[in-house]
Design a protein around this ligand. Sequence first.
Ligand code: ZN
Length: 482
Amino acid sequence: MTDEPRFAELRRRLGEVEDLRKARQLLQWDLETMMPPAGADVRAEQLGTLARLAHELFVADEVGTLLEELRPYEESLPYDSDEASLVRVTRRDYERAHRVPAELRAEIVRAGAHGIKAWQEARAANDYARFGPALERNLELQGRYVDCLDDGGDRYDVLVAEHEPGLTTVDVERVFEPLKAGLVPLVTGLEPPTGDALEADGGPEVVRGVLRRLGFDGEWGRVDHSVHPFASSFGHGDVRLTTYADGGLRAVYAALHEFGHGLYERGVSPALERTPVGEGASSAVHESQSLLWENLVGRSAPFAGWLAGVLAVDADALYRTVNRVERSLIRVDADPITYSLHIVFRFELERELLAGSLAAADLRDAWNERVAGYLGLDVPDDRRGVLQDIHWADGLMGYFPSYALGHVASVQIWERARADLPGLDEDLGRGEFAPLVDWLREHVHRHGRKFTTLETLERAAGAPFDPEPLLAHVRAKLEETA
Ligand code: ZN
């Protein structure tokens, strides 16, 4: 076989893997939006079967052989070409997928299901001690997973690279240390907000109207409701968002966030469809896009002015409401200013747990200590403390840093877009979003997963991760809304 038919064969095989992955995601979407509760048990089996088949097709020896044979072809092409990128990224995925035994993967999934059950029971009883043994089991399995992929560096590196290709623990620390140093004094000194928050009603039609104006088109997108808003995409022509069912400002801002995720998937070059590079670059880059729309567009004065017209409310009151800052115990309720601190201490605790310097039995005390030190709050009970997130119960470790990295990147990318688009404020004030959408498509979206997290950020923002723009943005907001 020469290179072209070899490459075509690789694409054919990867296309089938993607078909199975997307079918699994569609079943997952259905589970969270439409499925009656009694469907849960058989759905878990269906999801498991599709995941196993996709994994088996992907790690087949033939795929490994094709990737080896295509090395000279890849090296003969420009680094950023679709073809070279596809071979390079697929090889990276393949090497990771191949080093972890299927049985260990299955065990992690099963332990996650048990972990969630133990977590729910512990939450109901408001007692961390009941969750401890399940967390210990998850930690043991994460340790075995890391053993498979450990190349002798910091063991947490393996988990960081899982979500942020090319990044290490030290890279994360270099961003989080100055972020923490900058935010802790600001946040611990915050006074409780004064004045009432604006109540804007407006049902699901309002959310749909705002999304239409943003360019979210019924030809390729749909909006539904779910308990936890999310976005998914099953192809260039099928992008789905969910938001809260009850409408109001909370639903509008959740929809803005998910729109950012959906727009990213929609903007990936259609030439990359049905390949492993036909989706967003990483969790952090994805979050940079959702947060850009939710916080930097959505909480700006020009946008708030436009939205106030749509909702028929006072623009000033709306702006103040969406920019309220309050220290809170719960991560998902946190405002954009205090949010990163919730992430920084989770990152620290995860590392200590994985390294064994913190025992699962001591996690509650360590958690409460960090909340007191970083947010200046006393944790009254486990439900509002160490038991609030599902991630560790599900065996998902190393994911939290992506949220704050995305937050940092969102401001860097936003500043670059503002510099390139001098009329941006006026556009947003008129409800004119196409120039920003086009800019993001050109600088971020179209590349899909061709580049690593850092490569993607440098192409979009012209710099590696830098917490300074976020800190400056936070200081300016606090001054302005004080
Ligand atoms: Zn998100």
